[in-house]
Design a protein around this ligand. Structure first.
Ligand code: KIV
Length: 295
């Protein structure tokens, strides 16, 4: 038997569909860079989304709207280099796909070709359903996203739960069904009541991944920085923190700063020494006035 462990089996869309059928929750998480990708890979997640939440979590914008295709591509490529097993989803940024099928295909092809994405995610129902159909026909697997869609949050009345009345819930369900009929492979549902998620999970054949959508979804997704406590901003009600990395990071940098200021760091073991006798010889050469620049 080889001393090396067999490479982990890559996650496939068929494997996700089997999980839905078996009632086994799908684990999806965002990542935005190479170390983040290596962490989520090591944790054994099924799907990694390079979300346009990167605009806020790593690029410092105050919404997802300003992030550009090139910024998203740079981050997505870094994540790709850190992943082998999970499926990789690229998030098409606001303004990069809505205007026409041609625009959507051209943008999505860049995420597949340049950044190695397995799927791309686009937000909303309505005209996005046509974009989803065009992408699927062009051979690009698509993840839909309904409920609270941050790219168009202003039009939804802000960052608030969607589908809380029967009429509003029906609109979310109609969009979700239309996205499945357009050929989407998966659906993210954000900030909707669990009763609506329950309907979606039973009516849709594709996996329904929830964020702030209750426990009935086929899987869950959270933002890396939120779940690890890395993001110094307000978190939505549905976020659960599994670590407090920002607190640990600030404490670490403070300890370093203190040791530098107090002359504790670096200690001898953090430095290099000259070979035996070379320090004395250097002193002799310096006393003799030899140039340190001689050949
Ligand atoms: O951009 C993002 O991170 C997302 C998830 C919250 C689903 O769309």
């Amino acid at each position: 038997m080889s001393a090396h462990a067999a490479p982990a089996k890559r996650v496939t869309l068929a494997a996700l569909a089997a999980k839905k059928d078996a009632g086994e929750p799908i684990v999806m998480v965002t990542a935005y860079d190479h170390p983040g990708a290596q962490i989520v890979e090591a944790a054994g997640v099924d799907v990694v989304l390079v979300g346009d939440s990167a605009a806020m979590t790593v690029l410092g914008y105050d919404s997802t709207v300003p992030v550009t295709i090139d910024e998203m591509l740079m981050l997505t490529k870094a994540v790709r280099r850190g992943l082998t097993r999970p499926l990789l989803v690229g998030d098409l940024p606001f303004g990069s796909y809505e205007a026409s099928d041609e625009l959507a295909i051209a943008t999505a092809q860049r995420f597949v070709k340049e950044a190695g994405c397995d799927l791309v995610k686009i937000e909303r129902g309505g005209t996005t359903v046509d974009r989803a159909r065009a992408l699927v026909q062009a051979g690009i697997p698509v993840v839909g996203h309904v409920g609270l869609t941050p790219q168009t949050a202003t039009a939804l009345g802000g960052y608030r739960a969607q589908g809380r009345t029967a009429d509003a819930a029906l609109a979310v369900i109609d969009d979700a069904v239309a996205l499945q009929e357009a050929g989407c492979s998966m659906l993210v549902v954000e900030a909707i009541p669990s009763e609506v998620t329950e309907v979606l999970v039973s009516r849709l054949d594709i996996p329904v991944i929830g964020i702030g959508a209750g426990a009935d979804a086929d899987g869950q997704v959270l933002v890396f920085h939120d779940l690890l406590g890395l993001y110094d901003g307000g978190a939505a009600k549905f976020v659960k923190r599994y670590a407090e990395l920002r607190v640990a990071a600030v404490a670490g940098v403070e300890a370093y700063a203190t040791e530098v200021r107090e002359g504790v760091y670096p200690a001898p073991e953090h430095g290099y020494a000259m070979a035996a006798g070379e320090s004395d010889r250097l002193q002799e050469l310096l006393s003799a006035g030899d140039s340190i620049h001689r050949a």
